[in-house]
Design a protein around this ligand. Structure first.
Ligand SMILES: Nc1ncnc2c1ncn2[C@@H]1O[C@H](COP(=O)(O)OP(=O)(O)OP(=O)(O)O)[C@@H](O)[C@H]1O
Ligand SMILES: [Mg+2]
Length: 453
């Protein structure tokens, strides 16, 4: 339903127009002079305006100028008296969408409104798309084109302009810190500091001092006054990473700061205003922790204002090709060489790997592959997917190794045999008898297989 503002001083004329438009799914607001028109336009969300040019108090041309100034995308149709074409031309000049001359036919009025509605819909669509593109552009260090990542970027784009507290959840290595930085960089606070605090890495006793600072002599060892992160990040963003690891006593203090937006340094009594935007992140299940009473429920609701969940890489495999290219380009640049290509098999391996370490693991795997690759092609032998079982290779038994080679590396029997033999020959310094012994074969059998290779 569109909201239409009808500006016309003659009550009878307003009734006629309303009747003509009664079946057009329009929510009609009426104004009988220019002043009322501007007031209604300001207080309501108006999508379309029809205004007479001759109005008491403030004229129609002024109303038109006001609207074009305030919201240029709202189409304005002007009604002019028969024979006053000059006025119509002037109105078009001022940005009116179209004009109808009195007396008008039902058809003319309705078709003009329909056209205006269409244009208005297209304009807002373009605006929306443009915002999306711009949003994506400024988040351009976050790579990915899966549905999931696009949705995350849309959410982050929307919330970045505000001071809203954001809670980012996701497994390790999914890009929580990256997203948090990007959100800060897209916010009005971007010129002020972004300060990360890792709540898991700092013991509880020190975390408090780290966050709120301390006065000289606040505790043994506090030889001088020190500002906390809340103070240092003033005007900017404080990123509390691993918030799920914050101990309960610090949680209470943190909650108090969130509620009062003020704090005191440890051992001090001066109340300081906290002007920070808070972004928190965790890979823990906070809801479960609330149930287990290891995370304060009230704090949970305070920080969970705008949650963004980053799914693990295995749930958005469509991002793998683009991310891989991105990292290969990054390392090629760092190593000062031309980016190698990946074979189909490598792409398959990367696509199917479980990626328990998520994007960080993918990045590491590709860095190793880039070091091992000498030519212009990354092949399966350069790609080492150790972590697939979450355990080092040495701890696996033979069946598990075979499983790994088959599932993750897609290594066929022939390749396996060839690599095995080549390795034995290398270890035996190309002495066939010694290599045969290593492989548990007779010299003749190995000779035969070597010839075949
Ligand atoms: N969408 C992405 N595009 C490009 N690089 C990414 C993306 N997501 C993550 N990365 C990279 O992956 C690595 C891990 O990301 P980050 O440190 O943000 O993860 P995290 O979720 O904070 O992990 P942890 O929970 O272990 O702290 C970083 O090198 C980051 O730049
Ligand atoms: Mg992190």
């Amino acid at each position: 339903m569109s909201n239409l503002l009808l500006v016309e001083d003659e009550a009878r004329m307003r009734e006629v127009i309303k009747m003509l438009l009664s079946d057009m799914e329009l929510n009609i607001f009426e104004a009988c002079d220019g002043e009322e028109a501007i007031n209604t336009f300001t207080s309501e969300t108006i999508h379309l305006v029809i205004t007479d040019l001759k109005l008491p108090k403030i004229g129609g041309m002024e109303v038109l100028k006001h609207i074009k100034n305030a919201k240029p995308e709202v189409p304005v149709i002007v009604i002019t008296a028969f024979g006053s074409i000059d006025n119509a031309v002037e109105a078009i000049h001022e940005g009116a969408f179209d004009y109808v001359t009195k007396p008008f036919t039902e058809n003319k009025l309705r078709s003009t409104i329909k056209k205006a509605q269409q244009i208005s819909r297209l304009t807002s669509e373009v605006k929306y798309l443009r915002r999306e593109i711009e949003g994506k552009y400024t988040f351009n260090n976050i790579v990915g084109d899966s549905y999931e990542i696009c949705e995350i970027l849309r959410l982050a784009g929307e919330v970045s302009h505000r001071d809203t507290t954001v809670l980012i959840t996701g497994e390790s290595g999914t890009g929580k810190e990256l997203l948090s930085r990007a959100t800060h960089l897209n916010s009005p606070r971007c010129k002020r500091p972004f300060l990360p605090v890792n709540c898991a890495a700092i013991p509880s006793a020190l975390l408090e001092a780290e966050l709120f600072g301390h006065e000289k002599g606040a505790f043994t060892g506090a030889h001088q006054q020190k500002k906390g992160k809340f103070e240092l990040a003033s005007g900017g963003t404080l990123f509390l990473d691993e918030i799920g690891d914050m101990e309960l006593d610090v949680q209470s203090k943190f909650l108090r700061v969130l509620e009062s937006k003020t704090f005191e340094r440890l051992g001090g009594n001066k109340t300081i205003k906290a002007d920070v935007r808070i972004i928190t992140a965790t890979n823990k299940d906070l809801e479960k922790m609330v149930m287990e009473k290891t995370f304060r429920e009230d704090l949970y609701y305070r920080i969970n204002v705008f949650p963004i969940r980053i799914p693990p890489l295995r749930e958005r495999r469509d991002d793998i090709p683009l991310l891989s290219q991105h990292f290969i380009a990054e390392f090629s640049n760092a190593f000062g060489r031309r980016p190698p290509t990946m074979t189909e098999k490598v792409m398959d391996m990367l696509y199917n790997h479980p990626w328990k370490g998520n994007i960080r693991e993918l990045r590491n795997v590709l860095e190793r592959a880039m070091i091992l690759t000498k030519g212009d092609k990354i092949t399966a032998q350069h790609v080492i997917l150790h972590e697939s079982q979450g355990r080092p290779l040495a701890e696996l038994n033979l069946t598990q190794v075979v499983e790994l080679l088959m599932r993750d590396h897609r290594i066929g029997l022939e390749d396996l045999e060839k690599t095995y033999i080549q390795y034995a020959m290398e270890v035996a310094s190309n002495n066939v008898s010694r290599a045969a012994r290593l492989l548990g074969l007779s010299r003749a059998t190995l000779r035969y297989r070597l010839d075949k290779m």
